[in-house]
Design a protein around this ligand. Structure first.
Ligand code: FB9
Length: 504
């Protein structure tokens, strides 16, 4: 680089200016590519911008557009166009046996025959004669070859754009853009490339050398050195948003780090009947080792078994035989509602009796379901439960309006739904302005007395529950259509690192 800079300065010193850097009498060597080459001009551009940053020179950039021949173009320039070669291979009309298509291939080759035959007929250079082809004219002008030869020598063709675009379309030529520069002395011109000082050192200060040193100008536009830092996965950014909404609404977070649950807490405590299809292995991941869970608190366990078998608290129950073995099966939790059940029981049995509470959880749940673009065998469930006296369904609807409006979802609709553990239950829909359509954004309901009363809740305590996923809002927020690009081995780490912050 310095050698190149020095050469430019001494040339300017000699010639006052450099009209065209491609004609610099530069002796190319190992580290200076020839000025006529693109690399050469690139090196020169680097040297010029460094010199101009110190105002030693000024320079203007010029761009030349030229064309170069592609391999097939070179072949035609050398041997003639396919159509000309076909013409040349044929006998003049009436002066020899017409050549069949097969014979033409043998003479000029498949490639040329395929392209040339059609073009020669269209150019009325050749014509059919019986089963074969003959010359239709005894003299032709192979303009394609001539044009390509002209481009080969001058980089362009006098015939102009129409011919160039035709040849480009035939993939015979390629556009070449080359940059070159005119250079003039700058206000700080000098013949020596003093490497500008980049740091103000103690010695300079003590020696006073700073007064005469030539400092490199600060480039305030320069990008700082990219600091590689960790990045939160977009799912965790959305999780943070949900956390903030819950915390600002007075919720406390439930511990959910235990993925393996007993069927008792994942199903029975939630009044999910032991014959419910969700408890089949095609929906749930069962644990083979250890084969059974530790028994839950005896009395509570018995009251749950009873409400399943015989009902109670105004319920008929399921009038189905209770299987202890079934309730002790271990599963990968299918919902964080299993955690809610345990926290709700603690709430009901805490010393000093029940106190109203709002609890939330955001963590992984596992479902042995067919995976597709929006469903994997695991996802993150976002769940909230609100326990208080005399809560009503309108309270729940009101709460959900407040909650989702914090996500920018103001326009909600509720559709009656069914969950074994809530009655009434509602699916929640929101009109998504950006998607301009109604989106199912979650599920909710009032936990059943068959679930709450065995836990020991006073009769007038009602508990709201609602849930949604983390993946769906994240996919919508980041415009992702395939969930596999969000989690798993196909995730693009750069995308994660550069993914924008979430602001619902
Ligand atoms: O997340 C879901 N949809 C959604 C949520 C937010 C969102 O935000 C956009 C930025 C605007 C967009 C979409 N759903 C729930 C709805 C559907 O995607 C649904 O097809 C898939 N559901 C999952 C379960 O799939 C089997 C999402 C998941 C879900 C469903 C229900 C619950 C939790 C998660 C629940 C519950 C519940 C009910 C009562 C009491 C306690 C918990």
């Amino acid at each position: 680089m310095e050698k190149l800079q020095q050469f430019i300065l001494s040339t300017l010193d000699k010639d006052e200016s450099i009209s065209d850097t491609r004609r610099l009498a530069l002796v190319a060597d190992a580290d200076i590519p020839p000025p006529s080459s693109a690399e050469g001009q690139q090196a020169i551009q680097g040297a010029l911008s460094s010199l101009s940053s110190r105002e030693m020179v000024t320079f203007e950039t010029h761009e030349d557009v030229s064309y170069a021949l592609k391999p097939e173009g070179e072949q035609i320039a050398r041997e003639g166009s396919h159509e000309a070669r076909v013409w040349a291979a044929l006998p003049a009309k009436g002066k020899g046996t017409p050549l069949s298509a097969k014979e033409i291939i043998q003479v000029v080759g498949a490639e040329s025959a395929k392209i040339g035959q059609g073009k020669a007929i269209k150019a009325k250079w050749i014509e059919k004669d019986g089963a074969g082809f003959v010359k239709a004219t005894d003299k032709i002008q192979d303009t394609t070859q001539l044009d390509l030869q002209e481009i080969q020598s001058s980089g362009t063709v006098a015939a102009g754009e129409k011919v160039l675009s035709e040849l480009k379309k035939r993939n015979l030529i390629v556009l070449r853009k080359s940059l070159w520069y005119t250079v003039h002395k700058g206000p700080q011109f000098s013949t020596s490339v003093q490497k500008p000082e980049t740091d103000l050192t103690v010695d300079m200060l003590t020696s006073g050398a700073w007064k005469t040193s030539n400092f490199k100008k600060y480039n305030f536009e320069a990008e700082g050195a990219p600091t590689s830092s960790g990045a939160l996965h977009p799912l965790l950014k959305v999780r943070e948003e949900f956390r903030n909404i819950f915390l600002e609404m007075g919720f406390a977070e439930m511990p959910t780090s235990q993925y393996v649950e007993s069927s008792f807490w994942n199903f029975d405590a939630l009044f999910v009947p032991q014959q419910h299809p969700a408890r089949e292995s095609q929906d749930t991941f069962f644990i083979s080792d250890p084969a059974a869970a530790l028994p839950p608190p005896k009395a509570y366990y018995q009251s749950v078994a009873t409400v399943h078998e015989k009902g109670g608290y105004g319920s008929l129950g399921y009038r189905a035989p209770w299987s202890t073995e079934e309730s002790h099966k271990l599963v990968l939790r299918t919902h964080t509602t299993a955690c809610s059940a345990q926290l709700l029981r603690k709430l009901a049995t805490q010393p000093g009796g029940f106190k109203p509470a709002k609890l939330f959880s955001i963590d992984r749940v596992f479902r042995n379901e067919a995976t597709d673009n929006t469903h994997l065998a695991e996802f993150h469930q976002v769940e909230g439960v609100i326990a208080d006296h005399e809560l009503t369904l309108p309270d729940l609807i009101g709460f959900l309006h407040t909650f989702f409006s914090k996500m920018g979802l103001k326009n909600l609709r509720f559709k009656p739904a069914y969950n074994p553990y809530t009655e009434p239950s509602m699916e929640i829909f929101a009109f998504h302005p950006a998607l301009n359509k109604w989106v199912e954004i979650g599920n909710s309901g009032m936990f059943r007395p068959e679930m709450l009363e065995p836990m020991g809740f006073p009769k007038d305590v009602r508990v709201h529950g609602f849930g949604l996923s983390l993946e769906r809002p994240t996919m919508i927020r980041y415009g992702i259509s395939n969930i596999r690009t969000l989690v798993g081995h196909k995730v693009n780490v750069d995308w994660v690192e550069n993914s924008a912050a979430v602001r619902f």
